[in-house]
Design a protein around this ligand. Structure first.
Ligand SMILES: Nc1ncnc2c1ncn2[C@@H]1O[C@H](COP(=O)(O)OP(=O)(O)OP(=O)(O)O)[C@@H](O)[C@H]1O
Length: 302
């Protein structure tokens, strides 16, 4: 199968800031891939470099087997950038039609307006739209050329529940490839086949959501206790078998552990006052925090 997007050892520096630190990424045709990472991880930079909109310091990018500029010029890639100004004085229908007219084989205008949920806004002037409505128009512009590859940078920012549902319905019913950056773990979990986790300009995990959760492994034990009071108690908790992390506050303690059974047995032996014990599997949020937390964990996850 051909690749929709490829990055080889992509590096990007802004002066002293290393935004991309040697990223290799391959997205096969037909995949829906979520790019996740904390603020400043390099998600927007990665997408802009992959699209050829930002020159890389070094490395190589291809889209659909072509140099990015060629793929974009041919209308085979639809882009929703994180920040994109829109012409204010035109009507929505005129704007989407003008963008569609730049491509060889655009879908019917009515279909694009419907797919972006803006049929009712078609005669409105762009400058009078709300933030969420403008985001829907940006999505329509990404769809306007009938692209094989959609690249969306935080596509649901500013969208209400209906807008988010409509956008994901459209993304998931398309036959093509979609790569999207998001802060919403639930969106990655629900709509992506695969999650690429970025931290400090590097890919720290890459795989199906379940595999990412399994990377962190184990689970979390929560309990209430008045006996955990100071640093010495925290140190005793950290020393329990399987424990990888400890968080305590307001009489509640959370232990991240690689082996819930062993940790629990030792916990009851070591502490008298342990009440209300809850054991949970790792969710994507915990995996995200663990994998993007610090250099030690990041190295361990690769
Ligand atoms: N034009 C620029 N000049 C200088 N530094 C920049 C520029 N653009 C981005 N950076 C820096 O590069 C790093 C990566 O930024 P980027 O916008 O790619 O991250 P991000 O993961 O998309 O963040 P967010 O989730 O906040 O949108 C950050 O440290 C940012 O401050």
């Amino acid at each position: 199968m051909r690749n929709a997007l490829e990055l080889n050892d992509a590096r990007k520096r802004y002066g002293p800031v290393t935004a991309l630190d040697g990223v290799d990424l391959t997205v096969a045709e037909g995949e829906t891939v979520a790019l996740l990472g904390p603020n400043g991880a390099g998600k927007s930079t990665l997408l802009a470099v992959a699209l050829g909109l930002l020159p890389a310091t070094s490395g190589r990018a291809t889209l659909l087997g072509l140099p990015p500029a060629d793929a974009l010029r041919a209308g085979r890639v639809g882009v929703l950038p994180q920040e994109a100004g829109l012409l204010d004085d035109v009507r929505v229908r005129e704007l989407v039609a003008a963008v569609a007219a730049m491509y060889d084989r655009p879908p019917p205008l009515a279909a694009t307006l419907r797919a972006a949920g803006i049929t009712d806004l078609a005669e409105r002037r762009v400058g009078r739209l709300s933030g969420g409505q403008r985001q829907r128009v940006r999505f329509a512009l990404a769809l306007a050329g009938g692209p094989e590859l959609l690249v969306l940078d935080e596509p649901t920012a500013g969208l209400d529940v209906d807008g988010r549902r409509a956008l994901w319905h459209e993304v998931n019913s398309r036959a093509g490839t979609t790569v999207f950056a998001t802060h919403y773990l639930a969106e990655a979990d629900a709509y992506a086949d695969r999650v690429v986790l970025l931290a400090r300009g590097r890919v720290v995990a890459d795989g199906p959501v379940d595999a990412i959760k399994a990377l962190v492994g184990g689970g979390e034990i929560r309990f209430d206790s008045a006996a955990v009071r100071g640093e010495a108690d925290l140190a005793r908790l950290r020393a329990l078998p399987g424990v990888r992390g400890v968080h305590a506050g307001n009489g509640t303690v959370a232990l991240r552990t690689a082996d819930s059974d062993a940790t629990l047995r030792a916990l009851f032996a070591a502490f008298d006052d342990v009440r209300g014990v809850r054991v949970e599997g790792v969710d994507l949020e915990s995996a995200f925090v663990s994998l993007t937390a610090g250099p030690d964990l990041v190295e361990g996850a690769r």
